[in-house]
Every structure is written in structure tokens, then in C-alpha cells.
Design a protein around this ligand. Structure first.
Ligand code: DOR
Ligand code: ZN
Length: 420
């Protein structure tokens, strides 16, 4: 097979050529002889290790009308991702080795992004019986989570942390005390009061974050907290980390790029769980990203069909289709504003999440896996949901102006996305 040469990309701020042989980077240098290589002209583009999203919903099996492995993988590579970890709230639930294998096989057939299944903590995500974690790991699961729902029983969570820990696998906790949610539909605050909706207290998230920290600390086990959205959650995790608790966490672009003000007019595309919070929380997310409290930026890509977002806020499904807007929202909100460097954003979107779930990711060095994304950082554009590859057009960011366009995504040294 011919080698591939990325010509004149910015690598760590310097113009470089990147020579790829098979699935690895052979050489990075100025002016590499192209020989009979296939050449990508990357003049004006910045090369980054392709992104890893450790929290997406691909919906297959069972909810293919929302998304399937093919459409979700296509959306992933268009978003600059070479690898995604998909949550088990499928139908049937990904709680057995056959479904884990099915997801992996189907992703291989599709041959776009690498797909790593996350298996359920409890059978049927019912919160009653622990899954067969050893068999699930053997089949290819990379983590355990009942995401979409909390593990309500502290005793079950205790067993899960211990058991998963024995297999050196992370448990990803969706932190939500359902009794405190109390039929709320959006964040409890000014906007909810003004619009007349029942609110969801921040405590519904924070009580569970605190519980999981206590369990991890008591057991000496590790826990990963999913999609944090509040200042209080960040503070609990910051303090726990300082004590040496093995806790990691993630947040999503919508929690640092938006607030519940988006729900003023009742836009159900801004309905997500946990809910968008207020400006003080948004700023606290940015602080937590800056000081290392947040380990990873994930999308919680949650595609839904049009009809599931219609008919008013109360009945609408929770979730944002986010994998095609993640880099631009993050880059615009965090890097262009000067809050963090591009290098730090790259860590949050690639090496850190890959480390948490224990998968190999791209890196821009010789010998590394050639999972590479080429972005045009100066390209300013308007987010258009109609251009999404995802079946889910449910974004509250339609019409928003952002910077940072993904032009190419390479997976294992092969071009899997090229902007047309
Ligand atoms: O907004 C959300 N959507 N939050 C979740 O935890 C689940 C997800 C989904 O599956 O739609
Ligand atoms: Zn989720």
C-alpha cells in the first residue's frame, strides 16, 4: 500500500510534513520527499491527534430511528473523532457479551470510527443485579455504566466499584438522585421560575457525586463521574482529588458554552440531563477545566428523532446531538477566549479520555498511531444542523457562529472523513 504524506500541516505550531506508513506515523519533519506517496495538502491546517469521545449514544441496537452505528460513526469522524465509547442504554440493554460483540462487529463492517462499547452496570439497567463484568470485559467492553439512569442503590454501586476495579475497569457514574429531580424539567433557577417550569435542584446531581466519592474513598476504588454540570460537583471532585481519592470526571461543551437561558422560549433542543445550568456554573466548569479538576471533555452525543423533541418541554426527550459541534464549541469557548491552550484542549479531548478507558489513541509523534485530525482553526462558520451526518438534528446551537472546522479525519492511517 502507498504511504500517505500530510504536507505542510502545523504540528505544535511548526510547519511539518507527516509521513504515514500503514497505521503508524513513520516520520515528522520539514520537507519530506513525497516520492510516490498519496499527498494531503494541509497548508493552513493544524494537525491534532484525532479526538476520543468516551461518552456517546449510538442507539443501536433498538433505537435506529434516532441513530445507528453507521450514522453515528459517520458523524463521529466528521466531528474529528477516531474513537467513541458508546453507552449501553440500547434496546435490549448492552448487558451481555452478545450485544457487546454485535456492536463491535457492526462498527468493523462500517469501518469509519473505532467503537468501544460500554456495558451496563446492572442487568437491564434495572439497578438490581450486577452484570457479568468479567465476560463483558472479555467480549470487548471498556467500562461499565448505567448512564441515562443513576445506580440508585449505594450497595449495588459499592459492589460494582469493587468488582469492576478487580478487572481494572472504570465505572462511569451518571449522578442523579431521582427523588430530588421530582419531575423537574430544567434547572431550578431564574429561567424556570420565569417560564413557569418545575426546576431540578443542583443537589440532585451533587448528592450522588458526594455518595460516589465516599464509596470510592472508602473502598480505595476508582470512579469516573459522567457529565458534571454544577459548581458544587466540581468543588466536591476538586476536594476529593486533593485528598487522593481515585475520582475522575468529564463535562460536555453544552455545560461550558451555554446556560439555561437557552430554554427561555421553551426550546426542547436545549433540554438535556443533567440540565443546562446558570452562568455561575458555566464559569465554574471553565475554572474546573483550567485547574485540572475536569479530566475529559465528552459530548454525551444523544441523538433523538424530531417528534421526540416536539410537543412541549415537559414531554420532550433529554439530550443534545453533539458530536459534530464539540470541537468548534470547545475551541471557540475555551481556546479562542484564552482560558486554555490548544494543547490542553487536545489532551482533554484525546489522551485523557483514552487513558481513563484504557484505549490507544493518536499522538503526533513518530511511531504513534496515525489517528489524526486536520482542522482549520481560523475558519469561522455557522452551525447548521441540516448538515449533520447524525440522524439527530437536536442541537440548541443551530445558527451559532463558531471557529474551528474539521477538514480531515484519519483513522489508522486511512482517510475516513474529508470535508467536501
Ligand atoms: O440528556 C441525556 N440524554 N442524558 C442522559 O443521561 C441520557 C441521554 C440519552 O440517552 O438520551
Ligand atoms: Zn449519556
Amino acid at each position: 500500500m502507498k504511504k500517505l504524506l500530510i504536507r505542510s500541516a502545523l504540528v505544535g505550531g511548526k510547519k511539518r510534513d507527516v509521513l504515514i506508513d500503514g497505521d503508524r506515523i513513520e516520520k515528522i519533519a520539514a520537507d519530506i520527499d513525497a516520492g510516490d506517496c498519496k499527498v494531503i495538502d494541509a497548508d493552513g491546517l493544524t494537525a491534532l491527534p484525532a479526538f476520543v469521545d468516551m461518552h456517546v449514544h449510538l442507539r443501536e441496537p433498538g433505537y435506529e430511528y434516532k441513530e445507528d452505528i453507521e450514522s453515528g460513526s459517520r458523524a463521529a469522524v466528521a466531528g474529528g473523532f477516531s474513537a467513541v465509547c458508546c453507552m449501553p442504554n440500547t434496546n435490549p440493554v448492552t448487558d451481555n457479551k452478545y450485544i457487546v460483540r454485535y456492536i463491535k462487529d457492526r462498527a468493523k463492517e462500517v469501518d469509519l470510527a473505532k467503537v468501544y462499547p460500554i456495558a451496563a452496570v446492572s442487568v437491564g439497567q434495572k439497578g438490581e443485579t450486577i452484570t457479568e463484568m468479567g465476560k463483558l470485559k472479555e467480549a470487548g467492553a471498556v467500562a461499565f455504566s448505567d448512564d441515562g439512569r443513576p445506580v440508585e442503590s449505594a450497595q449495588l454501586m459499592r459492589i460494582a466499584l469493587e468488582y469492576a476495579g478487580g478487572f481494572n475497569m472504570p465505572v462511569i457514574s451518571h449522578c442523579e438522585d431521582l427523588s430530588l429531580v421530582n419531575d423537574g424539567v430544567m434547572n431550578e433557577g431564574f429561567t424556570a421560575t420565569l417560564a413557569g417550569y418545575k426546576g431540578i435542584t443542583r443537589a440532585s446531581e451533587e448528592v450522588m457525586v458526594a455518595r460516589d466519592i465516599v464509596l470510592a474513598e472508602t473502598l480505595g476504588a476508582r470512579v469516573h463521574i459522567a457529565h458534571i454540570s454544577t459548581k458544587g460537583s466540581a468543588q466536591l471532585i476538586r476536594e476529593a482529588k486533593a485528598r487522593g481519592v481515585k475520582v475522575t470526571c468529564e463535562t460536555c461543551p453544552h455545560y461550558f458554552a451555554a446556560t439555561d437561558a437557552l430554554l427561555e422560549g421553551g426550546d426542547a433542543n436545549a433540554k438535556v440531563n443533567p440540565p443546562l445550568r446558570e452562568e455561575s456554573d458555566r464559569l465554574a466548569m471553565i475554572e474546573a477545566i483550567k485547574d485540572g479538576t475536569v479530566d475529559a471533555i465528552v459530548t454525551d452525543h444523544a441523538p433523538h428523532a424530531k417528534h421526540e423533541k416536539e410537543g412541549g418541554l415537559i414531554g420532550a426527550a433529554n439530550g443534545i446531538s453533539g458530536i459534530e459541534t464539540s470541537f468548534a464549541l470547545s475551541y471557540t469557548t475555551l481556546v479562542r477566549s484564552g482560558a486554555i491552550t490548544l494543547e490542553k484542549l487536545s489532551e482533554l479531548m484525546t489522551a485523557n479520555p483514552a487513558g481513563i478507558v484504557g484505549i490507544e489513541c493518536g499522538a503526533l509523534k513518530e511511531g504513534a498511531l496515525a489517528d489524526i485530525t486536520l482542522v482549520d482553526l481560523d475558519a469561522k462558520y455557522t452551525i447548521d444542523k441540516n448538515k449533520f451526518f447524525s440522524k439527530g438534528k437536536n442541537t440548541p446551537f443551530h445558527g451559532k457562529e463558531v471557529y474551528g472546522k474539521v477538514r480531515y479525519t484519519l483513522v489508522d492511517g486511512k482517510i475516513k472523513y474529508k470535508e467536501v
